[in-house]
Write a new protein. Structure first.
Length: 249
């Protein structure tokens, strides 16, 4: 079975690194994901759009330190001069556009009847639209289901799968649904559309992942895991906050 282990920085010296195991440069696969956009601001807000998902391969120098910037919600992420921008925020009940340009879903107006204070005159609420994803548009808020005055929020748009770990990144946030009763008035946060929780999804921070194949670990930084067996061990550095990728010497 493939070996999977967590490698701490304190144990790095045990590998006995020397020139035989340390190439001058190493080919890395890396993922740079911008932060997702925020939700809208109505009683049943729309979902935020997904951040940009950039998948790249290139060489880095094994004796150099690399700055890793991880964007919070609505912030950009950067590694090795590559920047992934943030997704757009929801606007009222309409979902935010993703950094890839996929639109968010429209909010759907839902009339609610007079129910007593504070909704003495009735009016319109909205089932929020889903945010656009890195790989597709967000869904619209659903129409009212009479006589229950119930409407589901739109689903977030599709994300992008990174073949290295088969995880889907950059899914749009789901819009918040709305339900209305003759006794409780307007109830948000019900029947929300599906969204994502991985890096760059709507309302989720960005992230950076750096991975390479080598007999020994070449860097510290982030959460480090490994899989496979010598000499083809894949090392993976996962950054959920800003830090540095630092060479082991």
């Amino acid at each position: 079975m493939p070996r999977l282990s967590r490698i701490g920085a304190a144990s790095a010296g045990s590998f006995g690194l020397n020139s035989a195991f340390r190439p001058g440069t190493i080919a890395v696969d890396y993922l740079v994901v911008g932060g997702g956009g925020t939700s809208g601001s109505t009683i049943s807000p729309a979902g935020g759009g997904a951040g940009q998902v950039r998948i790249l391969t290139g060489n880095i120098i094994t004796t150099a330190t690399y700055i890793v910037i991880v964007g919070a919600v609505s912030g950009a992420s950067t590694f090795n001069s590559i920047t992934a921008v943030a997704g757009g925020s929801g606007s009222g009940a309409d979902g935010g556009t993703s950094a890839a340009g996929f639109r968010g879903g429209n909010g759907n107006s839902v009339y609610y009847p007079p129910t007593g204070a504070p909704w003495t005159s009735g009016g319109d609420g909205y089932a929020g639209g889903g945010g656009g994803g890195a790989g597709g548009s967000g869904g619209n808020g659903a129409a009212r289901n009479t006589p229950d005055y119930f409407a589901q929020g739109g689903n977030g748009g599709a994300g992008v799968t990174w073949p290295i770990d088969t995880v889907i990144y950059g899914i749009g946030a789901g819009g918040v649904g709305i339900s209305i009763s003759n006794t409780d008035g307007v109830q948000p946060n019900s029947a929300g559309g599906s969204g994502g929780s991985t890096y760059g999804s709507g309302n989720v921070n960005g992230g950076v992942i750096v991975t390479y194949v080598n007999s020994v670990q070449l860097f510290t930084g982030g959460t480090v895991t490994s899989s496979g067996t010598t000499p083809n061990i894949r090392w993976k550095h996962t950054f959920s906050s800003s830090s540095n990728l630092v060479p082991l010497v």
